[in-house]
Design a protein around this ligand. Sequence first.
Ligand code: NAD
Ligand code: UD1
Length: 333
Amino acid sequence: MKVLVTGGAGYIGSHTCVELLNVGYDLVVFDNFSNSTPEVLKRIEKITGKSILFINGDIRDEDAIEKALFGCDAVIHFAGLKAVGESVEKPLEYYDVNVYGTLCLVRVMQKLHVRKLVFSSSATVYGDPEFLPFTEEHPLRTTNPYAQTKLVIEEMLRNLYVSDQTWRIMILRYFNPVGAHESGLIGEDPKGTPNNLMPYIAQVAVGKREKVSVFGDNYPTKDGTGIRDYIHVVDLALGHVKALQTINKPQCTAINLGSGKGYSVLDVIHAFSKACGKNVSYMIVPRRAGDIAEFYSDPTLAKEMLSWEAKRNLDAMCTDMWNFQVKNPKGYV
Ligand code: NAD
Ligand code: UD1
């Protein structure tokens, strides 16, 4: 089976390409490198010993997508913009790339009669928790433009399925992806100052930054710091393989991909300190605007439908993240 992977040079896409190649899929990667580099493709080939067909194109260019999609049986769609803060400053860019880009992709899929789609959504579509853990039935309400683009795309895909019930669509709602491939060849390479906790900690550990700022220690949690559901990126990648293998009946289903376990900011700092063998310095600062105390998944549906569950624990997430950081202190450059 041949699969088009949009955004396949990115953080989650690259790890998913490795796992897809490992189980024998043929791949076409489609990316414009707006948040990645061609070096990633070489590294995927090095890890797997297999070659990838690559097309450099923009997800809003239907002609380019058509060339890439020709002969494919399914699509995994990662391409998009993902920074919450930036989406507040540049909402139109987010609607353009995420919503319009997905519209273009789906239109070409319709034209070429490709009906299998796995889409990268985000647990951020749940917004502030009404109850925890989040099941897929939790009400959807968003608190920023990035999340809103994911919700609009989800609704568009549900509408599409209602109009044509030959589609096979899986919407995967990721919790907090972290870690790296155990080879240390691929991982997360954020541009500028990392927004997310784990890449920030890794840069402090490697000496690139001085201290982690812990955003608040007065939440109603076990140690006062925020709790999240971290998921190893390789487990997440394997979830996509399972989704492709399982999506043989017409449907449009949303599924959580999380571990179901919550860890505090201090848990993560301590686990990382253990993994890198030195104390990661931190200081407590005021809460970050818009943050919530606790956010974690109920992963039952993924287990039932995909026979998938997250296997790698917090120590493995930190060890693999550290391995990538040490081997690539300046990222992919
Ligand atoms: P990433 O930025 O590393 O990867 C996205 C890839 O898409 C990059 O290689 C980028 O160059 C490419 N891209 C961006 N705009 C494009 C365009 N117009 N045309 C073609 N390619 C384009 O991000 P990631 O962390 O791998 O995330 C992948 C997907 O998962 C995104 O849709 C993101 O919203 C979603 N997601 C990510 C997280 C997370 O924490 N990383 C959480 C939930 C959901
Ligand atoms: C962020 C995104 C969210 C996205 C998710 C997964 C924001 C506002 N939200 O959420 O849309 O789906 O990542 O990638 O960006 N923390 C610190 N210090 C730091 C960074 C973070 O203490 O320097 C704390 C946060 O307060 C939070 C936890 O660490 O409690 C995790 O933060 P982060 O990695 O940014 O993820 P989310 O807040 O879950």
